[in-house]
Every structure is written in C-alpha cells, then in structure tokens.
Design a protein around this ligand. Structure first.
Ligand code: MF3
Ligand code: CO
Length: 253
C-alpha cells in the first residue's frame, strides 16, 4: 500500500523535510580536515535537537543489527550507511556523503549530499556533479499521472553517458510516517513502467553512483556499503512531494 497523505499530513511532511534540510545544511560547513566522523555524528544529534526533531536512523533495526549512529557518513569508497567513528578523521581530498534522516511530529524527512573536501581529483568531481544532476533529472520527471519508472529512467539516462556505475542493491523509496515505504524507486528502469504517481505521495529519490564498477561489498560492521573495486562513490537525495501541479522538493530550505 502506498501511503497517500492527506492535506494535514502534507504540512507534517513539509515541516519534517525542512528540518532534515536544515540539519544537513548546517553540518556541511563542519566537514573540514581534522574533524572526526564521530564528532560530525554528535554535531548532527545536537542540530536535530535544535530543530525539534530526532534521528530516524539511530536505533533503526535491520535483522539482528541496530544502527548506532545519528546520521550516515560515508567516505570515498563507502557508498552509504557509514557510521561515525572517533578514530576516523576527515582529510583533504575526501569525498564525504552525509545522509540525514529525521523524524518530526511523527513524519520523516530524508536527504543526502556529497561534500568534496579541498583538492579532490577531477574524475571524482565529475562523478559528484553527474550524480547531483541525475537527482535533479529524477525530480524533474515527477508529475501526477506519471510512473515510478519515469524517475528511474531519467536518473539512468543522466548517468549512462558518463559510463559511471549505478548501484543496484539500494534504491530510493516512499517516505512518510516510516523511513522506508512503498514504492521502491530504482535508479535504473524504463519510462512508463511501475507504480502511478499520485498527488500527496512523498518520495525519497537517491541516486548512488560509482566511478568504477557498481559492485558492492558490505563492511565488517554490517552496515557500511562500499565499492568492491575501492573506487569512489557519490550519493545525493531529496524528499519530494507529488503535487497536482508537478513536484515540490520538501528538503530544500
Ligand atoms: N537514507 C538512508 C536510507 O534510506 C538512511 C538509512 S539510516 C540507517 O536507507 F539507519 F538505516 F542506516
Ligand atoms: Co533514503
């Protein structure tokens, strides 16, 4: 069942999206050489308090595992779901994906951004630019009466010309009172296929793209997904609302 939000719920989703966007925007300038990823995680927890929300990741259970962090911090060859560590420090040249998922008054807002620290080599810069452009292309494909596959195809079409890898194991998703709701939104697919887009649906669109092979490897912590070939990955995400007119980005300040 795809949760169709009533008008009052739309206001709840707008507030959650705004809080998620503020926390992410205020974290970004803290990403400087020398800060530990545990310090970034702690800063995220206090920013969430400041914005009247809580982490939707902290305590999230998958199988026998409970997520220990407040946000996901994924460096370089890590793709998603990296955990802050007090022995891991940001360095010049790092490519840092921050994924902030919050709950405010029962509603979830989900967004991610990849920060380039100092002198990042050109191929990684191109990868990040292409991935952010692919997110925007996916968002532009959202319209009432359209299909999930329109979003998937737009993302794939924006990545394919570069020959970058599209991660298959993780996808975008519906979002509402739960972090992960139907429908799944793959970052590849065909226009005109999949679930119909209806005004009131909230969607987290999140291309995860690799410089080399899209094959992944799970780290020993059971959460961190990294590239098998050790090359860099990028990840950008917005929560959007399908409207009568088209689309509204909820995680934009
Ligand atoms: N944005 C990520 C996702 O949609 C957030 C994961 S939180 C975690 O999968 F706790 F599962 F890591
Ligand atoms: Co998400």
């Amino acid at each position: 069942m795809i949760d169709i939000h009533s008008r009052v719920d739309v206001e709840g989703m707008r507030a959650a999206g705004k809080a998620a966007a503020h926390v992410l925007a205020e974290l970004r300038p803290l990403i400087q050489p020398g800060i530990s990823t545990a310090e970034l995680d702690a800063a995220a927890a206090s920013l969430m308090k400041l914005h009247g929300c809580t982490s939707a990741c902290h305590g999230y259970v998958v199988g026998r595992l409970t997520y220990p962090g407040y946000i996901c911090i994924s460096l370089n060859d890590e793709i998603v779901h990296g955990i802050g560590r007090d022995d891991r420090f940001i360095q010049d040249g790092d490519v840092v994906s921050l994924d902030v998922v919050i709950r405010k008054n029962g509603f979830v807002g989900d967004n991610a951004y990849t920060v380039l620290v100092g002198s990042v080599p050109e191929p990684a810069r191109k990868l990040c630019q292409a991935t952010e452009n692919a997110l925007m292309a996916g968002i532009s494909a959202v319209r009432p009466g359209g299909r999930v596959g329109d979003i998937s195809a737009a993302i794939q079409g924006a990545i394919q010309p570069f020959g970058f890898g599209i991660v298959r194991e993780f996808v975008g998703h519906g979002v509402g009172r739960q972090m992960h709701e139907e429908p799944q939104i793959p970052n590849w697919g065909s226009k005109g296929t999949g679930a119909k887009l209806v005004p009131g649906m909230a969607l987290a669109i999140e291309p995860m793209v690799t410089l080399g092979s899209p094959k992944i490897l799970m780290a020993a912590d059971g959460w961190t997904a990294q590239t098998k070939d050790g090359r860099v990955a990028a990840h950008y995400e917005h929560t959007v609302l399908v409207t009568e007119e088209g689309v509204e980005v909820l995680t934009r300040i």
